[in-house]
Write a protein that binds this ligand. Structure first.
Ligand SMILES: Cc1ncc(COP(=O)(O)O)c(C=O)c1O
Length: 385
């Protein structure tokens, strides 16, 4: 009655851990990819105005023309590239955009390659298309996480139709260099493999204002889908608003697919997005200055511990430490939750080879973060010494 790929869907390790104690005030939650501050009032107020003025109707299936124009302006201002309006679709969240990207590129007999460690929703989105997938893992070195492009080349199969790559990376904090983007794009161009570039952490960067984007080097006909959104840059995780940039030639199909999905994002939420893009630069800077302090706190507490291997993340707001000798990240996350009331995501859920890791989000109030880290260290020592 239901297709096999669907029946085989498994809850990911983040929600599997978090749903045990979700909303429990005794727990310090570092499991999800979000901070603990509500969206700034500049953006909230704009949504209220839009609601009060009756923005409650259906709209264009690729998103409001004003929002698409605001995205074009924003892209132009941060990357200095001109994108045609036909290339933009606002289907709802960035997650929706990734799901649509998988549907656009993958069928049952295809293969997708995921640059890993990766956010677990990605393999689920691929799995339901019926395609198979495998992972090519970044390496954790003394100088940080690194991707070897030769490993990517070697992992590609005859039937590989898409490569998913997320930079800055959740969970490793790795930021892809321009040189590697050029190399990968050239390879994918020659093999007609679509790059699904997930750039949602493009402004969660330290020391640079914006991470390199594939948009800066690709032509409009390249096999490239760039996904981006508002959740991380503007603390708008609950709004479910993101966009995708695709080749112009499939504008009609994108409008149709988006219509099947959610008929684009809700109208009043799109209005808030326009405000964020037009006036939200200070918000981005303030948030990331705050995350940078969180990152320093993490490095101070975990960076030199003899049982922990961790290099400073260069982007996003996660630490993905290796706990040397850990045999099950799931057991560790569960016992940390029960004994120490701290919620983290177990490493196993981020793809093969990560069961000695845990992921924690440091976009949290600094006092709580310090307390949580002390308890994590205590638990590491309890479990492994
Ligand atoms: C790598 C990555 N891509 C996409 C998303 C989804 O973002 P959105 O909230 O816009 O759906 C997340 C959210 O955590 C993420 O970590």
């Amino acid at each position: 009655m239901f297709k096999t790929e669907f029946i085989k869907l498994k809850q990911n390790g983040i929600t599997k851990t978090a749903f045990q104690r979700l909303g429990d005030p005794d727990v310090i939650p570092l499991w999800f990819g979000e901070g603990d501050l509500a969206t700034p009032s500049l953006i909230r107020d704009e949504a209220k105005i839009a609601l009060d003025s009756g923005e409650t109707f259906y709209g264009h299936t690729r998103g409001k023309a004003e929002l698409r124009a605001a995205i074009l302006n924003y892209v132009q201002s941060i990357y200095n590239v001109d994108i045609k309006d036909e290339r933009i679709t606002v289907p709802g969240s960035s997650m929706s955009a990734i799901t649509l990207a998988c549907q656009m590129t993958l069928s049952k007999s295809d293969h997708a390659l995921i640059v890993s460690p990766h956010w677990p929703n990605i393999d689920r989105a691929i799995q339901v298309t019926g395609a198979e997938y495998s992972c090519v893992r970044q390496l954790q070195t003394k100088n940080g996480w690194q991707l070897v492009i030769e490993d990517v080349r070697k992992s590609v199969r005859k039937n590989t139709r898409a490569i998913y790559i997320n930079s800055p990376s959740n969970p490793t904090g790795w930021v892809m260099s321009r040189e590697q983007q050029n190399e990968l794009l050239e390879f994918c161009r020659s093999r007609q493999i679509t790059i699904i570039a997930d750039e949602v952490y493009h402004r969660t960067t330290y020391g640079i204002n914006v991470a390199p984007s594939f948009l800066e080097i690709a032509s409009e006909t390249d096999p490239l889908i760039v996904v981006n959104g508002f959740s991380k840059a503007y603390a708008m995780t609950g709004w479910r608003l993101g966009w995708m940039i695709t080749p112009a030639s499939i504008s009609e199909q994108m409008a149709t697919l988006s219509e099947c999905y959610n008929t684009s994002a809700p109208a009043f939420i799109q209005r808030a997005g326009i405000k964020a893009l037009a006036e939200g630069e200070n918000i981005i800077t303030e948030l990331r200055d705050n995350y940078a302090i969180g990152r320093d706190i993490v490095m101070e507490k975990l960076g030199n511990h003899p049982l922990i291997q961790l290099t400073t993340p260069t982007g996003a707001f996660y630490a993905f430490p290796k706990i040397i000798g850990l045999s099950s990240s799931e057991e560790f996350a569960n016992s940390l939750l029960q004994k120490e009331n701290v919620g983290v995501a177990p490493g196993y859920t981020f793809g093969p080879g990560n069961d000695e890791h845990i992921r924690l989000c440091f976009a949290q109030s600094h006092t709580k973060l310090k307390e949580a880290l002390e308890r994590i260290v205590k638990h590491v020592e309890f479990c492994l010494q």
